[in-house]
Design a protein around this ligand. Structure first.
Ligand SMILES: Cc1cc2nc3c(=O)[nH]c(=O)nc-3n(C[C@H](O)[C@H](O)[C@H](O)COP(=O)(O)O)c2cc1C
Length: 224
C-alpha cells in the first residue's frame, strides 16, 4: 500500500476532490488523456467519475488501468480537455511515456503520477463511477512556486467551458450563459494579473473555442 504520508504531501486525502489528468489506452492501443476530478476513498482507493459519453469512460471500462497525472499547467488541461479543436489540435503521442506497473500511458510533463488498476466500475444517470487500487506513486522534486491567481482562474475556466458546451448541446442555454459570464470574468482577471503568461494564452484559445460555438465573451466585458 502507498503510504498516506506520500499521498497527503501530493495534496491527496480522503474526500477531497482534486483536478488531474487521467491517461489511458484506447481499445486500439492509442494513448489518451483527459482532465477529471478524482478523490480518494480511504488511503488506497481512488474514485474517477467520467461521463459515459467520454473516451475515458470507454477506456477505463475496456482497459481497466490508467494513470492519474498531477499538473497545474493550464495549457495541459486545455489541450487534453479540448483536443481536436483547431485552437489546440490533436494530442501528440510524444507527450506520453509508458507507466511502470500498469498498462497505461502517463504524461511526460506531469510533476507526479499515480498508477491505478480499476477494481470496480458502474454507471448511474449517465456518469461512471470507477474505483481503482493505487499500485504506484511517483513525484518529481519541485521548487516552491509563488501563488498566482491566474492558474486557478484558467483551470476553473476550462472546467466551466466543458460544461458550457455540454449545457448548450442539451438545450440548457441559461446555465451555459451563466458559466460563460464567469469565464469572461476570469479572462479579465488573468489578463490583469499575468499578462503574457501561459495562462493568458490558454484563456485566449478558450475564448476562441467558445466563440466558434456561439459564446462571445466580449459581450460580457462591460460586467467586469
Ligand atoms: C479540471 C477538469 C475536470 C474535469 N472533470 C471531469 C470529470 O470528473 N468527469 C467528466 O466526465 N468530465 C470532466 N471534465 C471534462 C472532460 O475532461 C472533457 O469532457 C473531456 O473532453 C473528456 O475527454 P474524453 O472524451 O477524451 O475522455 C473535466 C474537465 C476539466 C478541465
Amino acid at each position: 500500500m502507498v503510504s498516506p504520508e506520500t499521498l497527503r504531501k501530493l495534496g491527496l486525502q480522503p474526500g477531497r476532490i482534486v483536478e488531474v489528468i487521467v491517461a489511458s489506452y484506447t481499445a486500439e492501443g492509442k494513448p489518451h488523456a483527459a482532465p477529471m476530478g478524482v478523490l480518494l476513498e480511504g488511503w488506497d482507493t481512488i474514485v474517477i467519475r467520467p461521463y459515459v459519453e467520454t473516451w475515458t469512460y470507454r477506456n477505463l471500462e475496456s482497459q481497466r488501468q490508467c494513470t492519474v497525472n498531477l499538473t497545474g499547467s493550464p495549457k495541459l488541461f486545455l489541450s487534453t480537455a479540448f483536443k481536436g479543436e483547431p485552437e489546440v489540435g490533436e494530442l501528440p503521442e510524444d507527450i506520453f511515456l509508458p507507466a511502470l506497473k500498469v498498462k497505461a500511458p502517463r504524461l511526460r510533463n506531469a510533476y507526479g503520477w499515480l498508477e491505478v488498476e480499476i477494481s470496480s466500475g458502474e454507471a448511474f444517470e449517465g456518469r461512471g463511477l470507477f474505483k481503482g487500487r493505487i499500485l504506484r506513486v511517483k513525484a518529481l522534486p519541485r521548487l516552491p512556486e509563488a501563488y498566482c491567481r491566474a492558474g486557478f482562474a484558467a483551470v476553473e475556466s476550462i472546467i466551466h467551458a466543458t460544461r458550457v458546451l455540454a449545457y448548450s448541446k442539451a438545450g440548457r442555454r441559461g446555465e451555459a450563459d451563466r458559466l460563460a459570464r464567469l469565464i469572461a470574468g476570469y479572462r479579465s482577471l488573468v489578463s490583469r494579473v499575468a499578462p503574457g503568461s501561459e495562462a493568458e494564452e490558454t484563456m485566449e484559445k478558450l475564448a476562441s473555442i467558445l466563440s466558434r460555438y456561439g459564446f462571445k465573451l466580449e459581450a460580457c466585458r462591460e460586467l467586469f
